[in-house]
Design a protein around this ligand. Structure first.
Ligand code: DGJ
Length: 737
């Protein structure tokens, strides 16, 4: 393997692979000056310095030097108070109240590996090199290690920072970002995702404004309100072309991604723990590690960006034992029965599930002691004696005896005030003295910063899983945090609680998933309220949204696909009329909105199952047959407008190509539409399975695939057409010859 990291004698550092070069140097003043992030360079150590040292009127000059101001110098880890007025990556104070930090190069080290972070999830190493540059503030005696990992085969740069207090007094960290990236002046746009319950992953594209644009969370979860993701794009970048710089975090708690256009039009990206309401007291000799931030650069537009993320998440984030592993189809009890579940009902649903060819029965909420609605019992993780008198292990074995897998729902981080657990341990919740805790869905958040709490949760979940018949766990989390305080921490450490909660959660997940490596964990937080790379490090799939209406779901799947491979998503056919928005739609379209998600299934009651038996049987047979295809392939967004969506999915071996087309509202006299497919073998022939029609790869890519016509009239020629009316969908399946 050629060296991915080079260093010159005068301390220019260059990280280069076939996707990008990332270059910075130690400036004559000793600070880390950023030089280049973009396409790969053949001689990266000799890249020219962007920044012109010249006199600027009114600019403050760094340490009295004549032509050097930090306010327009691209830097690797900026701080505040020494001539840079932009938002800093590092800010805090030492014990005598001094808030001015100044970091200078101390030493560096290169290794051919990557070490995992101690308390936080991190990307896996392998075919990579890591550069650690240590900076120091000689006055405060604070060392900051900047970690950079570059991989041979991925277009992702991994960064994190580690702070070490070398002084003999406490240092308080307030801004402890994971990464800072200063881009040169240009016309840029921002792409980011916002949303709420059942409307996750709405895309917004705006010009980078002057000033500061922030997506963040103070909710205790990464949240659906603003996903921890920002792409800065060359103005006008499209799916196919354009420079894109994208950033996300391997973190599931309060984050912040800042985009700041400074007075000289340079653009600074900071990503990491949200500095709002954060304060970490770093005792002498102690270290603090930030979560990892990941950067992607590409010139190949948003599609190129997504391919890089997808490959990387599959290889370096998701639990490896589930890589390329087909996911079972399932029937989930939630929208079939809500809280009204009992042994007989579950066994009857299992029979029906088996009948339509589903692989797994998942018992969702409602199975534990006293849980008849959402007002009680979270925390009391033993089966309800009346409704499940024989217990969960018995039920699991009964379901398995029918030839199905068995899965179960937990919401382990929560407690209801009406529960045995809360009665026994009222101080185990996040709370602050003197304030009545706010409720979310009638529940309180357990204080996972306390080890006795995570031990309790482990014990309860373990007691169920240890029966050996549980194949799947849906790990839910249904409220945002409020009154974030801990009885387990000193008064002057209360602003550490949110981050310590995450450390506790990750410790718990690590222990559980290590003990049960073959149990398929599905991440859920009222759908996608905690859909991030932190959770995906432990759980191979996520319940993307409670929105199962196909029209609502299309936007969500499309939005999520910019960052996430569909290998990590789950979808099911829900009832019609839909329970969230009342829309009536066909079973076919309900299935199709999630057709390219790795995990597929249904949540239908016995009546729905009986009424739609034949269609469901066909759909589940298709889902089962194509389950191996839906992991590891390439997903491409071809068309996305308010009325049309067209996606392409190419299997990992590139032998099968699926195209899904959705037409939302019908109208007369519509144009004849085509989709130009991407990434095919131009010289190969592709056979459409439904009628064995043959298409040349280059024709599908250049001339395009004629899309089915939406008409209420008669079709005279041999044209493919969609089901009449609103919300129709069509699936093409091509086999490469
Ligand atoms: C929220 C989840 O998103 C739903 O799928 C379901 O599991 C409920 N919680 C159960 O309370």
């Amino acid at each position: 393997m050629p060296d991915l990291i080079q260093v010159s004698k005068d301390k220019t550092f260059a990280l280069t692979n076939r996707f990008f070069s990332y270059v910075f140097r130690v400036s004559p003043e000793g600070i880390l000056e950023h030089l280049h992030y973009g396409g790969p360079l053949s001689d990266p150590l000799n890249v020219s310095v962007h920044h012109i040292r010249t006199q600027r009127e009114v600019a403050s000059t760094f340490q009295g030097g004549k032509f050097f101001s930090l306010s327009d110098t691209p830097q690797e880890f900026p701080s505040f108070g020494t001539s840079d007025y932009r938002f800093p990556a590092l800010h805090g104070r030492n014990s005598d109240g001094n808030t001015v930090f100044s970091l200078h190069y101390k030493r560096h080290k290169i290794s051919k590996t990557k070490k995992p972070l101690k308390d936080l999830p991190s990307t896996r190493g392998g075919n990579c090199e890591t550069l650690v540059v240590t900076l120091e503030d000689p006055l405060h005696k604070l060392d900051v290690e900047l970690h950079y990992t570059i991989y041979q085969d991925f277009g992702v740069l991994v960064r994190s920072a580690k702070f070490k207090n070398k002084s003999d007094t406490e240092i308080q960290l307030q801004h402890a970002f994971s990464t800072a990236l200063d881009l040169p002046p240009a016309e840029y746009e921002i792409l980011h995702f916002h949303g709420t319950w059942s409307r996750e992953f709405n895309e917004e594209r705006i010009e980078v404004p002057k000033g500061r644009f922030v997506v963040d969370s103070a909710r205790g979860t990464s949240s659906a309100a603003h996903s921890p993701f920002v792409a800065i794009m060359q103005k006008g970048a499209s799916e196919a072309v354009g420079r894109v710089y994208a950033t996300t975090l391997v973190y599931s708690g309060n984050f912040s991604i800042n985009v700041e256009k400074g007075e000289f039009e340079d653009v600074r990206i900071l990503a990491g723990i949200n500095p709002f309401n954060f304060h970490w007291r770093l005792k002498p000799g102690k270290k603090f590690c930030t979560p990892e931030a990941l950067h992607v650069f590409t010139e190949d537009g948003l599609r190129g960006m997504s391919h890089i993320w997808h490959d990387f998440i599959r290889e370096k984030i998701s639990p490896p034992q589930f890589k390329y592993k087909p996911r079972p189809t399932y029937l989930n009890t939630w929208e079939a029965a809500y809280f009204d579940v009992n042994e007989d009902k579950v066994l009857a649903l299992a029979d029906k599930a088996k009948h339509v060819g589903v692989d797994m029965l998942v018992l969702d909420d409602g199975w534990f002691e006293g849980r008849k609605d959402d007002t009680s019992s979270l925390g009391d993780w033993v089966a309800d004696k009346e409704r499940f008198p024989n217990g969960i292990p018995w039920l699991a074995s009964k379901v398995k005896a029918k030839g199905l897998k068995f899965g179960i729902w937990f919401e382990p981080e929560m407690v209801n005030p009406r529960s045995m657990l809360f009665e026994k341990h009222p101080d185990w919740i996040l709370h602050v003295p003197g304030r009545k805790p706010s409720l979310g869905r009638n529940q309180l958040t357990l204080d996972l910063s306390r080890e006795e709490v995570t031990d309790y949760i482990f014990e309860k979940v373990d007691a169920i899983l240890s029966c050996g018949d549980i194949d799947y766990v849906k790990w839910d989390m249904n409220r945002n945090m409020t009154e974030v305080g801990s009885a387990g921490l000193a008064r002057n450490r209360q602003r550490e609680v949110s981050h310590r909660y995450m450390i506790g959660l990750y410790r718990l997940l690590k222990k559980l998933t290590a003990k049960y490596p073959d149990v398929l964990f599905e991440n859920c937080a009222s759908g996608g309220n905690r859909f991030d790379l932190g959770m995906l490090s432990f759980m191979p799939q996520t319940w993307t949204s409670d929105m199962c209406d196909p029209v609502g779901r299309l936007d969500i799947v499309n939005g999520a696909s910019y960052l996430f491979p569909l290998d990590v998503t789950a979808a099911y056919v829900g009832p019609s009329p839909n329970h969230q928005n009342g829309r009536v739609s066909s079973i076919q379209t309900r299935f199709m909105a999630g057709v390219f998600c790795a995990a597929r299934g249904m949540s239908l009651n016995e009546q729905d199952l009986a009424d739609n038996h034949e269609e469901l049987k066909e759909l589940m047979a298709f889902a089962k047959r194509t389950a191996p295809d839906m992991v590891g392939g390439r997903f491409d967004r071809l068309i996305k407008s308010d009325n049309e969506v067209c996606w392409q999915y190419t299997t990992r071996d590139q032998k099968t190509v699926y195209v899904a087309y959705f037409h939302i509202l019908a109208a007369p006299n519509l144009p004849f539409r085509r989709a130009r497919l991407v990434g095919l073998d131009g010289g190969a022939e592709y056979v459409l399975q439904e009628d064995k029609a043959k298409y040349q790869g280059d024709s599908l890519m250049n001339n395009g695939l004629p899309l089915p016509y939406v008409t209420t009239g008669h079709v005279k020629e041999n044209v493919r057409y969609m089901a009449k009316g609103d919300f129709s969908s069509y699936l093409f399946e091509f086999t490469k010859k």
